[in-house]
Design a protein around this ligand. Structure first.
Ligand code: AKB
Length: 301
């Protein structure tokens, strides 16, 4: 929908998989096609039919679910990407494939994580994200395919619930607070991770693809950051707005191990210098917006 708001009507094709057909405004506001990343022929035909010049490849299994289904995660993330890159090479298409804080691992410097540093993740999600970065750079250097990407922090949105990520708690906590429920937190106090409000993430996804290529020293993939907190900080922030809100901990060992291996806070100075990245939201402004939007959505006063 963000892209549809920026371009003339009919120019953005929404891709979907069987069982997740678009509904409502997404369906009514422009063309949609079944676009399974594992079906290269299907994708190539869509690119040709609509004369597509840019693909936003958002197909992925997130970190916790990828640990449960590692082979499927590899298939979707890697074979899906390969299909897209081959089409991009043949039909001269630019490609955005997000990477993540998940592309880092336990040996990565956790504070002020540099743009270029050790990336030895131990989760399948992380392995595929590092490989995504490398394969995307390979297609750029070898074939000149215009691949670009950002390393997304945990994304927080009131529109679509996340599914199967390690950072999902930072979305679920707002739902619990607005519904007046106690929140059971799967991530331990003191675990810091980069997080970002969805409007900033969407801005980054658009801006990186519009950046002047002559200024890009890096391509796949840029650290971008806006806020970093642990469960206690977001809990107290929500309590400032919903004083009766309560939280307790039931730590999930799978998610905790992943979270412990991720940065506390990334250094995003390369994105700022090379394409002018600047976020608009911090924890306070995001919290105000999330609570207001969820009160309307869930019809809570
Ligand atoms: C996850 O938690 O798996 C994602 C991510 C940070 O990439 N939200």
């Amino acid at each position: 929908m963000k892209l549809r708001g920026l371009l003339p009507e009919g120019q953005i094709v929404a891709g979907y998989i069987k069982g997740a057909e678009p509904k409502g405004f997404l369906l009514e506001s422009g063309p949609a096609e079944e676009a399974n990343v594992l079906n290269g022929g299907q994708l190539a035909a869509i690119v040709k039919k609509y004369n597509i010049d840019t693909i936003y490849n958002l197909a992925a299994l997130l970190s916790a679910v990828a640990e449960r289904k590692p082979l499927m995660a590899w298939d979707v993330q890697m074979n899906g990407l390969l299909n897209i890159l081959e089409i991009a090479r043949e039909q001269h298409v630019a490609v955005f494939t997000p990477s993540s804080i998940g592309s880092f691992g336990p040996e990565t410097p956790h504070d002020g994580t540099p743009q270029d540093t050790i990336q030895r993740p131990r989760s399948m999600y992380g392995v595929t994200k590092v490989a995504t970065e490398l394969l995307s750079d390979y297609y750029f250097h070898k074939y000149g395919v215009d691949t670009r990407s950002v390393r997304f922090p945990g994304l927080i949105s009131h529109v679509t619930l996340p599914g199967g990520g390690t950072t999902d708690y930072a979305v679920e906590i707002y739902y619990a607070a607005v519904k007046g429920e106690e929140f059971v937190c799967p991530i331990a106090a003191g675990t810091y991770m980069d997080m970002m409000y969805m409007p900033d993430a969407l801005k980054a996804a658009v801006d990186i693809m519009q950046a002047d290529p002559a200024r890009l020293v890096h391509r796949n993939s840029f650290n971008i950051a806006s806020m970093s907190f642990d469960p206690e900080i977001i809990y107290r922030k929500i309590q400032e707005h919903i004083p009766g809100f309560k939280m307790r901990y039931e730590v999930d060992p799978v998610r905790q191990a992943i979270a412990d291996s991720w940065p506390n806070r990334m250094d995003d100075s390369c994105a700022r210098e090379e394409w002018g990245w600047t976020p608009s939201y911090d924890l306070e402004s995001m919290t105000v917006d999330m609570i207001e939007a969820l009160r309307k959505k869930l019809a809570v006063k």
